[in-house]
Design a protein. Sequence first.
Length: 465
Amino acid sequence: MTDTSSSQPAKAWSGRFSEPVSDLVKRYTASVFFDQRMARQDIRGSLAHAKMLARQGIIGAQDLADIERGMVQIRGEIERGEFDWNLDDEDVHLNIEKRLTALVGDAGKRLHTGRSRNDQVATDIRLWLRDAIDQILALIGEFQKNLLDVAEANAATPMPGFTHLQIAQPVTFGHHLMAYFEMSRRDAERFTDCRKRVNRLPLGAAALAGTSYPIDREFVARELGFDEVCYNSLDAVSDRDFAIEFCAASALLMTHLSRLSEELILWMSPRVGFIDLADRFCTGSSIMPQKKNPDVPELVRGKTGRVNGSLIALLTLMKGQPLAYNKDNQEDKEPLFDTADTVIDTLRIYADMITGIRVKADAMRDALKQGYATATDLADYLVKKGLPFRDAHEAVALAVRAAEAKGCDLPDFSLDELRAFSPLVGDDVFAVLTVEGSLASRAHVGGTAPDQVRAAIARARSTLG
Ligand code: ARG
């Protein structure tokens, strides 16, 4: 191997320039301190590219061997934390290429044949994001499994269902949790769908117009596990819609977990007292000794803001860019990485936290009693006896008013008292006025009857595999 690196200019592109950039500009334009996270993907992409170049006779077999040997060494240096990342070399791509050239000489300089950093970076991000999506999908699965366990244990645990945060009708806690299972199922679908569009190969687009070398893009795609190649070179290097989609899917997932967090916080408030969270997800107060604060759910709710922010950052980054590549795109990485980190950590913590929920079934039942939660059931009962629904609604409204005045719940009235509101009331009325009766009567697919909740859980388990 020959080493001609002594004739290399300081920067990979500086041959054309008459003065160096200032330190501030260097720092402002560099990305190495955040894009080094893609080093593994960068090396993978380079090895596939080099293999293709050798197969096509664009570089020699010895060049390929040198590149492979150099990359093994570089990967080791990076993994051991020994790699010397250098701001002068701008980004992860130039840092690795420079080190490769220092290690193996001319073969290192031949690696960039038929390629540009524009298609290189687009490839690296897609490889990185594909790994992140796979990790997220596995974590959603874990969250779902644990959620189903808690739902199953509470398939028949009555709690008040709310609308307008006012007690509305009885549901079971398991049914309530299964609403979040459905949300997470759609989240998983969205990430799976997004992955299809992430998993396409930009390499070969070169700077923007393709390359005059006889490259084999399909080979590179297969080597890297991409489903297909990007079919337009300008589009391949310039669009980041796949990253925006990922952030949108992430924002929705975080929105769902933020809603669940809000509920956990409410339920855990001593004023409500429906659940307790395991101590390891809460913190105390430095001044108020009695406090146990739900910090983790609060932070999930808070971090949803930054994920939403990243989505808007990427949309805004893209909207004014003419084709093809512009340096603006370098700004895609930090919001993207931050989003993936936030989603991954949030899912990890949630999968664990959900198993640490202690359900206070008595408090849930007490709240139901105070809320006239079976009022709709009484109205439905009267309708089934022949009263038009609007009249039934009115009769029950009067009954609730009377109960409020007496300070009791509807099932506490005697038969005679109830008959005062409608002569259609018979002694079978008490079956529908109880919480259990109300729950059991909602026995259709998607309803809150405990048997239906159990069926929903079984259905969900079969989709998880
Ligand atoms: N660091 C750059 C980025 O993240 C790599 C591509 C640079 N290409 C260029 N023509 N300056 O987008």
